[in-house]
Design a protein around this ligand. Structure first.
Ligand SMILES: C[S@@+](CC[C@H](N)C(=O)[O-])C[C@H]1O[C@@H](n2cnc3c(N)ncnc32)[C@H](O)[C@@H]1O
Length: 238
C-alpha cells in the first residue's frame, strides 16, 4: 500500500507528468481538489473518486477532515494504491506538507509526484519569462491571502526579487498592490492571468497603480516586474 501525493499541474489536463498518469492508472482511490482538472480523472479508470474541494452550499472540508479521509482510505485493506491529487504542485500553497506529516504520524508509506505549479507554468506557457537576462535575475512567489488566524504576519511585501508572483491575491488586489507600492513605483508593469492554460484563459495588463480597478475572475495570478515589458515584446504588444 502506498499513498501518492500528486501534482495535477496548472489546469490543462495534458500538463501532468507521465509518472503521475502511471500512478493514476493503477489507483484504487483518488482523493481530489477543485483545481485538479477533472479530465485527469479519466486516467484513473474504475477507481473510487472522492472530491474534497469546495462545493456551493455544502460544508467545506477542513484540512484535518481531509487528512483523516486519506488515512482512512490508506488503512482500508481493500485499497493498495491511494492517490491524493492536488492542483499545480502539492507543495506550493497546497498544504502537501501537512498531509505528508499526518501520514508519517500514522506510519503510512507515501511518495510525492511533483506537478507544474501555476506560479511558473501559467506565465511561462504564454511566453512570459519569470527571469530574463539583463532584466530579472530572481523571482518570489507569495500568497496574496495570508491566513488571518495566524498569530504572526509573515508577508511583508518588501521583496528584493526582480519579479513578484502573487497567488490567491485577487480578492485583496488593491490591498496587496498598495503594500507593494511602498517599495516599488506605481508605474511598475504588471499582468494578471486568469484561468491559465485553460480554454477560458485571459491576460490583463496594467500597472501596480491601476490593476486593482480591473475586472478580474479567479483563479488568477498577478505578476509584477519589468519581465512584463519583455512579455509584451514577445507578444508584439506596444
Ligand atoms: C491554493 S493555491 C494552489 C496552488 C497550486 N498548488 C499550484 O502549485 O499551482 C490556488 C491559487 O493558485 C493560482 N492558480 C491555480 N491555478 C491557476 C490557473 N489555472 N490560472 C491562474 N492561477 C491559478 C491562483 O492564484 C489560485 O488562487
Amino acid at each position: 500500500m502506498v499513498v501518492y501525493l500528486i501534482g495535477a499541474g496548472p489546469g490543462n489536463p495534458e500538463l501532468i507528468t507521465l509518472k503521475a498518469v502511471k500512478a493514476l492508472n493503477k489507483a484504487d482511490v483518488v482523493i481530489y481538489d477543485r483545481l485538479a482538472n477533472e479530465k485527469i480523472l479519466e486516467h484513473a479508470g474504475e477507481a473510487k473518486l472522492i472530491y474534497v474541494g469546495k462545493k456551493a452550499g455544502e460544508h467545506y472540508k477542513s484540512q484535518d477532515e481531509i487528512n483523516q479521509i486519506i488515512i482512512n482510505e490508506a488503512k482500508d485493506t481493500s485499497n493498495n494504491i491511494i492517490v491524493r491529487l492536488k492542483g499545480g504542485d502539492p507543495f506550493v500553497f497546497g498544504r502537501g506538507g501537512e498531509e505528508i506529516l499526518s501520514l508519517i504520524s500514522e506510519g503510512i508509506k507515501f511518495e510525492v509526484i511533483p506537478g507544474v505549479t501555476s506560479a511558473i507554468g501559467v506565465p511561462t506557457s504564454l511566453g512570459l519569462p519569470v527571469t530574463h537576462r539583463g532584466v530579472a535575475t530572481s523571482f518570489t512567489v507569495v500568497t496574496g491571502h495570508e491566513d488571518p488566524t495566524k498569530n504572526r504576519k509573515q508577508v511583508k511585501w518588501d521583496y528584493t526579487a526582480d519579479t513578484i508572483i502573487v497567488l490567491m491575491g485577487i480578492g485583496k488586489m488593491k490591498e496587496n498592490t498598495s503594500e507593494i507600492m511602498k517599495y516599488r513605483d506605481s508605474k511598475t508593469p504588471v499582468c494578471v492571468i486568469e484561468n491559465g492554460t485553460l480554454p477560458n484563459e485571459k491576460t490583463i495588463f496594467g500597472t501596480l497603480g491601476d490593476i486593482g480597478d480591473k475586472d478580474i475572475n479567479t483563479p488568477a495570478i498577478l505578476i509584477v516586474g519589468n519581465v512584463i515589458d519583455v512579455f509584451k515584446e514577445i507578444k508584439g504588444i506596444k
